[in-house]
Write a protein that binds this ligand. Structure first.
Ligand SMILES: *[C@@H]1O[C@H](CO)[C@@H](O)[C@H](O)[C@H]1NC(C)=O
Ligand SMILES: *[C@@H]1O[C@H](CO)[C@@H](O)[C@H](O)[C@H]1NC(C)=O
Length: 357
């Protein structure tokens, strides 16, 4: 009885083995047929003299940072590219699938559209534990290539309205080697439908604009070496003002009110009034310095500078008021003393005159 069971199990296992080896053999057979005479340095449409159309899709995993001093933005992106390569058609019925998912190492054997990020400062592919890429070949010759990159892109910022500002950070994807007669880029329909995961402590992404751009390699509009296919994604980032209200606006208002407390303190106790005035001025100065250490060292005026310098003026005038009061007190006292002295001397004079007479 048990022997029968074992025999049956063994047979099933062998069957499974054979089937899986069989199907993997079919796959490698398909692959080797595909690669026969395939030249991965030629784009698919080179024979028909038409541009190869590359559909692009971008999703943001994460915004790692927005740096005002360096004026750049660091994004963790998933970039999807789709194109047609008729040389990669295969007969799907042989593996009972309409597509084949490939090992990322196969990406080196097929033609991949070239791409560079025009405003990149630094970028890296992720390769833990193996390169983060996905390559799928469809039986009709469509190719889907997804890869994950982290890129730091330059983002010129206008900080005039800081911290009530909205920054627009572009990411410009362009081809280096091909002109738009040979290759075209297009945004696919459903980009960035999933923005829920994107959070940043001090910015909200309010919008992402996907546009096509027209530039040459140097980024201007003289197309003598050809117009390059170019796509632009523009991230509209709105700064979260809450942090600045809590850390700057409320403390500075409190400080200005504190400097006014000095008006209720008797003018005859200099230590108390000087301490309040001096502390307020110093605290304002420290606050301005610590805020500016996170901002670029430029002479351009920012909204927060106007506010803080206004506060500093108030605090300083309160301090100055005491200086003027004490000068006045001193002169009034001097006048009093002078008056007493003159009265005394007049008295003495009249007394002496009286005695003489
Ligand atoms: C092919 O796939 C379909 C659905 O996945 C399945 O029903 C069918 O049995 C498969 N055929 C073979 C020969 O494996
Ligand atoms: C090939 O098949 C895929 C998946 O079914 C589809 O998205 C693509 O549009 C097809 N391409 C052509 C040229 O029909």
């Amino acid at each position: 009885m048990w022997n029968h069971y074992f025999a049956l199990c063994f047979l099933i296992a062998v069957q499974c083995c054979i089937t899986s080896i069989g199907s993997s053999n079919v796959r490698s057979e398909i692959l080797s047929q595909m690669m026969e005479g395939y030249d991965n340095t030629m784009q698919p449409t080179i024979d028909v003299d038409e541009p190869t159309v590359i559909g692009m899709q971008l999703s943001i995993n994460r915004i790692n940072s927005v740096d005002e001093i360096q004026m750049d933005i660091t994004l963790d992106l998933v970039l999807e590219r789709n194109w047609e390569d008729h040389r990669l058609k295969f007969d799907g019925s042989r593996i009972n699938r309409t597509y084949m998912d490939m090992d990322p190492r196969h990406a080196g054997f097929i033609w991949i559209p070239d791409l560079f990020i025009r405003n990149e400062k630094s970028a890296e592919w992720h390769s833990v534990t193996i390169p983060n890429r996905m390559l799928r070949l469809y039986e009709n010759g469509s190719v889907m290539f997804i890869s994950r990159i982290t890129v730091t892109a330059a983002c010129p910022m206008d900080l005039f309205m800081f911290p009530f500002d909205t920054q627009k950070c572009p990411l410009i994807l362009q081809s280096y080697a091909f002109t738009d007669e040979e290759m075209q880029y297009e945004w696919t329909e459903e980009q960035l439908d999933d923005r829920r995961h994107v959070k940043l402590s001090h910015f909200d992404i309010t919008d992402v604009k996907f546009t096509k751009c027209a530039t040459n390699l140097r980024g201007n509009e003289y197309f003598n070496e050809g117009r390059r296919p170019c796509l632009q994604a523009e991230f509209v980032l709105q700064r979260d003002v809450g942090y600045y209200v809590l850390e700057v606006y409320i403390p500075s208002m409190v400080l200005v009110s504190m400097s006014w407390i000095a008006f209720w303190i008797s003018k005859n106790s200099p230590p108390a009034r000087v301490t309040i005035g001096l502390t307020s001025v110093l605290t304002m100065a420290t606050m301005m310095a610590s805020l500016n250490s996170h901002l670029p060292k430029s002479s351009m005026l920012k909204a927060i500078d106007v506010w803080l310098n206004g506060c500093l003026t108030f605090v300083f005038s309160a301090f100055l008021e005491y200086a003027m009061v004490s000068v006045q007190i001193a002169s009034t006292e001097k006048r009093k003393i002078d008056k007493i002295e003159t009265e005394e001397s007049e008295c003495r004079h009249s007394y002496e005159e009286h005695q003489v007479s």
